[in-house]
Design a binder for this molecule. Structure first.
Ligand code: SF4
Length: 584
């Protein structure tokens, strides 16, 4: 049990003289640094001064910026300074503020050392107040491990309602439309959400063409066109316009092509004057600030989404090999333009999925659970028939109920857990009223993906405490190495001899002993403190393309597996480089 607590306080003369003394002893710190920041803190409305309290005494101070979620200063009384006190102070801070970063002078090696020991990682260098600073991001994996129980930073007071609607009969278009009607009626009826003449945007999940095999749709990959058809028919008597809008993943194919693959253009025929399809990947963008600025300060949102009167998100009931599930929280990733999608990975997928929900707020979320996807979802798993629709107004509550239906606990998905911890909605059963069928009646456990991170002969994987993000993506790429080596088909590529051996480090605690003469690859934000000792694959988790590039460089004679045609590959590489430039 910690005896450290944080209490809000003020800038004080004791703190000022402590800072003058502290920085006065560090070579390389400009004398004006303390006064410039002091003046800034006095004027900045986002500055919060936390007093670090041990019993009744003040043993330290944390200066925190609420607009960027950055620790701008942390100072302890020399006599109270110690590893336990510092760690407990950060534990207390993340319990109040959730995921944080820290900005410290590059010259302050002692502060850097203990922050890295706690789990902060150097993400980039910035210049401010005439000083070179390092921006350190707290590893999301460490953040989850350090929390003492899952308590949101603010209590979500509203009791949410989520409808579980079985689709009865033979799942004809008529059955599905009737189920949609019933689901909406249980929530208050279409007219509660849509007023005459309004523009309604439907955001399905159209991620890839994997759902279509030899012209036959296998279900569980993209939103079933019959749900869109039924919903559009229910909306047309009221809505002025209905837009079906999606931005498919750039490394799969263009959204328009995906719409064609799944027959979405036939939806326009329902009323060509009112119904249209929009590719969000090519839409005009509006920049929106992210409250609390965690990992990214702003997101660029397509104008179609921004100007919708009503937005209805239509995810598919899927397992996701890295995010646990791909449901309401994850579905909004498709609203982001291509570069933002990649930035989401670079700066941190879990937090940035939550950030999207601060700037894009659907009115309703309806999960397509007619056929879901288990095992290695979201595109390479196995279809699972559930014959359900699950809908509600709050994405966290909808995901919590859907995960229970899938035999999972809501905290098993990092982005759903983070959204809950940051106050976006409830996961507790007593805070969610389930209407329609009960969870117990329809629950059917989804198979989880089996992640294989087994090392090769001279190709060693070090993954202590890595979360499912890096583990899932690395498994995905390693699967391409578990094939016959063209240089010697009697062995797998991963067992090819290397001298010196290859090490892949992932997770916050791997890589404490790095052999400098070996080939070392450091994966993810969790490993950025080791970046100078080898090759860093940036991201949290790094995008599959980034990992693929980093690992296949070790096999120059082997053609790197491709996702898309050459033009799209080139486009993707250009985007990645643009992102990397912003990180410098
Ligand atoms: S860098 Fe990888 S292991 Fe670390 S928190 Fe991110 S996804 Fe998880």
């Amino acid at each position: 049990m910690s005896d450290i607590a944080l209490k809000k306080g003020k800038l004080s003369s004791t703190l000022r003289s402590g800072l003058d003394t502290y920085y006065g002893k560090i070579p390389g710190i400009e004398p004006s640094f303390v006064s410039a920041r002091w003046e800034h803190w006095g004027q900045c409305p986002h500055t919060v001064v936390y007093l670090v309290k041990k019993e009744k005494s003040t043993v330290g101070w944390i200066i925190f910026n609420r607009a960027t979620s950055a620790v701008e200063e942390i100072l302890f009384n020399p006599k109270d300074d110690g590893t336990t006190v510092r760690s407990q102070a950060i534990d207390a801070l993340i319990a109040k503020e959730s995921l944080v970063s820290a900005e410290i002078p590059e010259a302050d090696s002692s502060q850097y050392g203990w922050l890295v020991d706690y789990g902060f990682r150097p993400a980039r260098r910035i210049k401010a107040f005439g000083q070179d600073l390092v921006k350190l991001e707290l590893s999301t994996s460490v953040f989850f491990q350090q929390l003492k129980g899952y308590k949101p930073i603010k209590t979500y007071r509203k009791r949410e309602r989520v409808v579980i609607e079985p689709v009865i009969g033979t799942q004809t278009e008529g059955d599905i439309k009737a189920a949609l009607q019933s689901l909406l009626d249980r929530l208050g009826g279409v007219s509660k959400y849509v007023k005459p003449g309004q523009t309604v945007v439907l955001k399905p999940n159209v991620v890839a063409d994997h759902g279509m095999v030899n012209g036959v749709y296998h279900g569980g990959v993209v939103t079933d066109i019959r749900i869109l058809k039924g919903l559009i028919e229910l909306l047309l008597p009221i809505a002025g316009k209905v837009i079906v809008a999606e931005g498919s993943s750039i490394n799969r194919s263009a959204t328009g092509k995906m719409f064609e693959v799944y027959g979405y253009p036939t939806l326009v025929d329902l009323d060509p004057k009112k119904v249209s399809l929009v590719d969000l990947n090519t839409d005009e963008l509006v920049e929106k600030a992210v409250p609390a600025g965690k990992r990214m300060k702003s997101r660029k949102v397509p104008r179609t989404i921004e100007e919708a009167d009503v937005l209805i998100s239509l995810p598919v009931m899927k397992i996701h090999f890295a995010a646990g599930v791909s449901l309401a929280i994850k579905n909004l990733q498709g609203t982001m333009p291509p570069l933002e999608k990649y930035m989401t990975h670079f700066f941190g997928l879990w937090q940035n999925l939550v950030n999207i929900h601060h700037v894009v707020k659907p009115t309703l979320h309806i999960i397509d659970g007619i056929v879901g996807q288990e095992d290695f979802g979201p595109v390479s798993g196995t279809p699972k028939t559930m014959n359900l629709l699950i809908g509600g107004e709050n994405p966290v509550a909808v995901d919590a109920v859907t995960m229970r239906v899938m035999g999972l606990k809501p905290h098993q998905s990092p982005p759903v857990l983070l959204a809950y911890l940051q106050g976006l909605g409830p996961i507790e059963s007593h805070k969610i009223e389930v209407l329609g069928a009960s969870i117990d009646k329809v629950a059917n456990t989804f198979k989880l993906p089996v992640i294989n991170l087994e090392s090769g002969r001279d190709f060693k994987i070090h993954a202590e405490n890595a979360c499912m993000g890096c583990r899932g993506y690395l498994h995905f790429v390693l699967a391409k190495l578990r094939k016959a080596d063209p240089a010697d088909p009697s062995r797998m590529l991963i067992d090819r001899p290397f001298n010196p051996r290859v090490n892949i480090f992932l997770g916050p605690h791997a890589g404490t002993r790095v052999h400098p003469k070996e080939t070392n690859i450091f994966m993810g934000i969790c490993q950025l403190h080791n970046a100078e000792k080898g090759t860093a694959l940036v991201g949290c988790p790094p995008h599959a393309e980034v990992i693929m590039n980093g690992i296949f460089k070790l096999f120059p004679d082997v053609e790197r597996p491709k996702y898309a045609d050459e033009t799209e590959e080139a486009k993707l590489e250009k985007m990645l480089n643009e992102v990397l430039e912003t990180l410098v």
